[in-house]
Design a binder for this molecule. Structure first.
Ligand code: ZN
Length: 239
């Protein structure tokens, strides 16, 4: 209980439909496993890290009409995050990484606001799915219940993945407005108008072997981040 703690990691997922073959808990399982594995590796190298339980609900305002999907509004997320930061701050655990596993979650503005309220806290966020170049591991891109997520879940939780023959195609419509497809303009996608089976990305080339390779690569990258954050002096971050 009295071991000094250099960093707290908060995995944050979502509960949402993932095509027809992956569980609703996909983002939670992936993010929790990456957090615990990466923290374990970092711990062995001397970093004192705690991994908090994953927050199981994310922002799913574009999927409110999909049965079983649970939305947490950004303002609710902020209230939860603020309570967690308040506790850590009181307990002198002054570094926090939010490890995010869901595209609808965005903690940047919350971190700005909380940083102003808790100047003694260093808060950072990272999307693990952007930590390595996914095209080096997978043939087809997508973003949701795609080849990457399917491979990862085939490796991490095979009992929870249905055979690929039962998966939908994961084909998705594009915007009619060019700038939105180029991604320099942004709006939320109404999920059921974009995809029939809730998947975005063809999962058919997925294998557990690809998932294992990808998992190990992501864990390696995240683990190094945890070590760097744990060792960092928050009053001397720049060079
Ligand atoms: Zn997902």
């Amino acid at each position: 209980m009295n071991t000094p703690i250099g960093l707290a990691v908060l995995p944050w997922g979502a509960t949402e439909a993932h095509n027809l073959h992956l569980p609703y808990s996909t983002d939670i399982i992936e993010t929790e496993r990456i957090a615990s594995e990466a923290a374990g590796k970092a711990w062995k190298k001397g970093a004192k890290i705690i991994v908090l339980p994953a927050v199981p609900f994310g922002v799913n305002t574009g999927q409110l009409d999909i049965r079983g999907t649970v939305n947490l509004n950004p303002t609710t997320q902020y209230a939860i995050l603020k309570d967690i930061v308040d506790d850590l701050n009181r307990q002198a655990i002054n570094k926090l990484l939010i490890l995010n596993g869901h595209g609808g979650n965005d903690f940047k503005q919350m971190i700005r606001e909380l940083g102003a309220i808790y100047p003694g806290m260093f808060i950072c966020t990272c999307n693990w799915y952007q930590s390595v170049e996914n095209s080096e591991f997978f043939e087809k891109d997508g973003g949701h219940a795609d080849e990457m997520e399917t491979s990862l879940m085939q490796y991490l939780a095979p009992d929870l993945v249905l055979p690929l023959g039962q998966a939908g195609k994961g084909s998705a419509k594009k915007f009619r407005i060019k700038a939105l497809n180029e991604k320099w303009a942004w709006t939320e996608r109404k999920w059921l108008q974009v995809t029939k089976d809730t998947g975005i990305g063809d999962p058919t080339a997925a294998t557990p072997e690809k998932g294992e390779k990808y998992f190990n690569a992501v864990v390696e990258k995240v683990s190094q981040l945890l070590i760097d954050l744990s060792n960092a002096d928050i009053n001397d971050l720049y060079e």
